[in-house]
Design a binder for this molecule. Structure first.
Ligand code: ZN
Ligand code: ZN
Length: 221
């Protein structure tokens, strides 16, 4: 059984107070759900990034800004992100290593076995995402450092999503859930989960939420 040091345990990812029934866990249900969804989305986003990189394959991206010809193929930003050594895959590999190592220490509730590493970036990424989703519940329950992993997953997902869809410059706003929780959303946000109460909003519903008061929005940005 793990215990938080302080009297009021909070999620190591979003830092909100944990519900009493999850007080011995390290991440809240909302953060866990969000990470599961991001891991489910990543293989598709990664393939779309490859399309952006390969002239002729990315018909859905080319021309989205008007008929001024295709995007430059050598987009360094995208290259970095899909480079297996520094991009999405490297980030997820380091999460896997971290979780496996942690599971071998003390009372972490069993030893995790690392996944097979299939050849090819698409297959490898799919295997990584599947493995992390399988062990996400363990990590949120047993891994004191899971907050770092969840932030890494969120960051690569956000970056991959904005690069794959060409929406880097999209204006994002902070909206308020009826429970008081805040969500950062943009016109292309497919869905969002409130980190405070765990309510999941579809695309239309999340855009109908009221804008957060300016001071709160500034604190959340
Ligand atoms: Zn959380
Ligand atoms: Zn809420």
């Amino acid at each position: 059984m793990h215990e938080h040091d302080d009297a009021a345990p909070s999620c190591t990812s979003c830092h909100r107070a944990l519900h009493p029934i999850e007080a011995t866990r390290w991440a809240c249900a909302g953060c866990q759900q969000q990470a599961a969804q991001q891991l489910a989305d990543l293989p598709t986003l990664h393939r779309q990034l490859a399309d952006v990189l390969t002239p002729g394959r990315g018909a859905h991206v080319v021309g989205s800004r008007g008929a001024y010809g295709p995007r430059p193929p050598a987009d360094l930003d995208v290259m970095d992100l899909t480079d297996p050594r520094v991009g999405v895959i490297a980030t997820l590999v380091s999460c896997v290593r971290d979780w496996v190592e942690t599971s071998r220490e003390g009372d972490a509730g069993g030893t995790l076995t690392p996944p097979e590493w299939p050849a090819g970036p698409d297959a490898r990424l799919a295997a990584l995402c599947r493995w992390l989703r399988w062990h996400l519940d363990w990590a949120c329950g047993m891994h004191p450092g899971v907050g770092d992993s969840l932030r890494d997953i969120q960051q690569v997902h956000q970056h991959a999503h904005s690069r794959a869809t060409g929406e880097r410059g999209e204006r994002r706003v902070t909206v308020a859930c009826p429970c008081g929780g805040l969500l950062r959303v943009g016109a292309s946000t497919p869905s969002a989960t409130c980190g405070t109460c765990g309510t999941r909003y579809g695309h239309d519903d999340v855009l109908r939420l009221p804008l957060a008061p300016r001071a709160m929005a500034a604190a959340a940005a």
